[in-house]
Design a binder for this molecule. Structure first.
Ligand SMILES: [Mg+2]
Length: 230
């Protein structure tokens, strides 16, 4: 069945893994101390620090956050904080986002053709909106009806995809999930979603052989009969 909704990952799928690793993560790490000092009275920052203290009692929150950053830990308060730091960077113009050149035209064509578009990434929803809000083609956030992060569950857990289908009010079998990571596709498939692995040579993605594959978004369009970019 032709998908009526697209659920897409970001890193390695719409955007270069290198952008996150080489630009976003180092920026957040370098800005951490100054940001915490500057926003010490910000209720959102206080809430994040309280969550960190709950997870690692007795440790200085800044130390825990730095360790998580170094380990690329998928911890919700870290992701939320990184979102706030990047927000400031995007707004100041210090940061600009990356999407692969084939992505934007396809997203626009899919949306114009009536497909619902949603994002599911381990980066926070705030970070997702910043990334798509500051693309080379301007603000792409209006193309998406929903944004999901790890608050709905881990990306390698089948239950997360069932919860997303329910939140979208779309039958699981009508949703096509795009990701570069085979284990995420395994989990989505287990909940009945259609799946496709983006195998972008530039990102060094290795095909798993377990799922349909596409080298870019036009290849997804062709393989699943989606509305074509003109
Ligand atoms: Mg990915």
């Amino acid at each position: 069945m032709r998908p009526t909704a697209i659920l897409t990952d970001i890193e390695g799928t719409t955007s270069a893994i290198a952008f996150v690793k080489d630009t976003l993560f180092p920026y957040a790490a370098s800005a951490l101390d100054e940001f915490l000092a500057k926003r010490v009275n910000d209720p959102a920052v206080k809430e994040i620090l309280a969550q960190v203290e709950e997870l690692v009692p007795g440790e200085a929150p800044a130390t825990a956050l730095r360790q998580w950053m170094a380990a690329d830990a998928k911890v919700t308060p870290l992701k939320t904080l990184q979102g706030l730091i990047w927000e400031e960077g995007y707004r100041s113009g210090a940061l600009k986002s990356h999407t692969w050149p084939d992505v934007i035209d396809c997203l626009k064509a899919w949306s114009a053709g009536g497909l619902r578009l949603a994002v599911y990434s381990s980066g926070s929803v705030a970070a997702q909106k910043l990334l798509f809000g500051h693309s080379e083609a301007g603000d792409l956030t209006p193309l998406f009806s929903s944004f999901f992060d790890t608050r709905i569950g881990g990306k390698r857990e089948a239950a997360s995809y069932a919860a997303i289908a329910k939140a979208l009010a779309v039958p699981a079998g009508e949703i096509l999930f795009l990701s570069d990571v085979a284990e995420e596709l395994d989990a989505a498939k287990a909940s009945g979603l259609q799946v496709c692995q983006l195998v972008r040579a530039e990102d060094g993605t290795k095909p798993s052989g377990r799922h349909p594959e596409a080298k870019d978004f036009p290849a997804v369009t062709a393989q699943f009969g989606l509305p074509k970019a003109s």
